[in-house]
Design a protein around this ligand. Structure first.
Ligand code: ZN
Length: 346
């Protein structure tokens, strides 16, 4: 082999060692085989089981501060333990509280979790709402460098005075996103490969009341600055364009062009039945939990199937979910998560 050819081959090998991307050749490197082993474990039955349970009527809409959100939390803890994930800093459950002033009744007032706001509110009459984030960890070769995959598990609960259907089941918003994050966690474990970076799987509470869970975490977790990237899910199974079911929004931090290249490459290479609307953005601090990471300069990718007629309605039920699309989105985002955790540079 010529020297230049050798270096060419070496470069080619080193580029493909960590990415989940084959060239269709006969021999595969072990990392690629591990990645695809995980990829092949992602399935529709799991998605239906996760979304079906979380959006069932007995879960009563998983409203933050209510028992139903704690039941959803316990379910996720059990799933993380069964999948072999480790706790974060010694626990799967990270409880926290939000506060608001209670000088007079005014529905819809905002809740605060930032320590500065909390200290001010605690000086007067106030309300406190207890919540809990759930975390599972897959340690990486670099134990102290992190990639976080997150989805909010709370929704809008039950309207006790509404006549007719009272339960905001939140199948698309956001049991679908929880299904993606949980299946990715299982798939990474099933790959059998230790990732380069430590992967944290987060199931936020209190998103619907103002992205409270992710704000509390990002403003007080001591190692947050060691986070390389954040992968967010908020509504991953809906049909925004009924005449084009594979459509979804792929929103990402424009300062990382690789995020835009990954989705195009993986959809094509793995023949995923998806039609992503690829949207690089700058400083997208609103809309979902990614905003709290953007505020700290941590780049993100956000999977979102866009607004639907059943958005924040009692009709956001399991029948609305496009299962084929949810599974394909789970596969595409698993590949993103793999790249986030394993690519040396991006
Ligand atoms: Zn949501």
């Amino acid at each position: 082999m010529k020297k230049s050819l050798f270096f060419c081959a070496l470069l080619s090998f080193s580029l493909s060692v960590f990415t989940c991307y084959g060239r269709g050749g006969k021999s595969k490197n072990p990392t690629l085989e591990a990645c695809e082993r995980g990829l092949s474990s992602i399935n529709r039955a799991s998605a239906q089981a996760i979304v079906g349970f979380l959006s069932s009527d007995p879960l009563e809409g998983r409203e933050a501060g209510y028992n139903s959100s704690f039941i959803a939390a316990e379910y996720l803890v059990s799933q993380l333990i069964e999948a072999g994930l480790e706790p974060l800093d010694g626990s799967y459950r990270h409880p926290f509280s939000a506060y608001q002033e209670a000088n007079f009744r005014r529905p819809g007032r905002v809740w605060y979790v930032h320590p500065d706001s909390v200290a001010r509110i605690q000086n007067g009459p106030h309300r406190r709402m207890d919540m809990v984030n759930v975390f599972g960890v897959i340690p990486g070769e670099r134990a102290e460098e992190f990639v976080i995959v997150g989805a909010h598990r709370d929704h809008w609960g039950r309207d006790l005075w509404k006549v007719g259907d009272q339960i905001y089941n939140g199948a698309d918003d956001n049991a679908s996103g929880v299904s993606c994050a949980l299946q990715i966690a299982r798939a990474v474990k099933k790959s059998g490969k230790k990732p380069l970076r430590t992967m944290i799987f987060a199931f936020w509470d209190g998103e619907e009341k103002g992205t409270l869970g992710s704000e509390w975490f990002t403003c007080q977790w001591p190692k947050i600055k060691q986070t390389k990237a954040y992968l967010n899910f908020d509504m991953a199974g809906g049909n925004n364009q009924p005449d084009n079911p594979p459509y979804f929004a792929y929103i990402y931090s424009q300062e990382v062009p690789a995020f835009g290249e990954w989705i195009k490459r993986d959809v094509e290479h793995y023949q995923l039945r998806l039609d992503p609307s690829i949207r690089p953005t700058e400083n997208l601090t609103g809309g979902s939990d990614q905003g709290n990471f953007v505020a700290l300069g941590i780049p993100f990718i956000w999977y979102h199937t866009d607004w639907t007629p059943y958005y924040h309605q009692v009709t956001d039920e399991v029948e609305q979910i496009n299962w084929d699309k949810l599974v394909e989105i789970t596969k595409a985002s698993y590949l993103n998560a793999w790249n986030m955790a394993n690519e040396e540079q991006y």
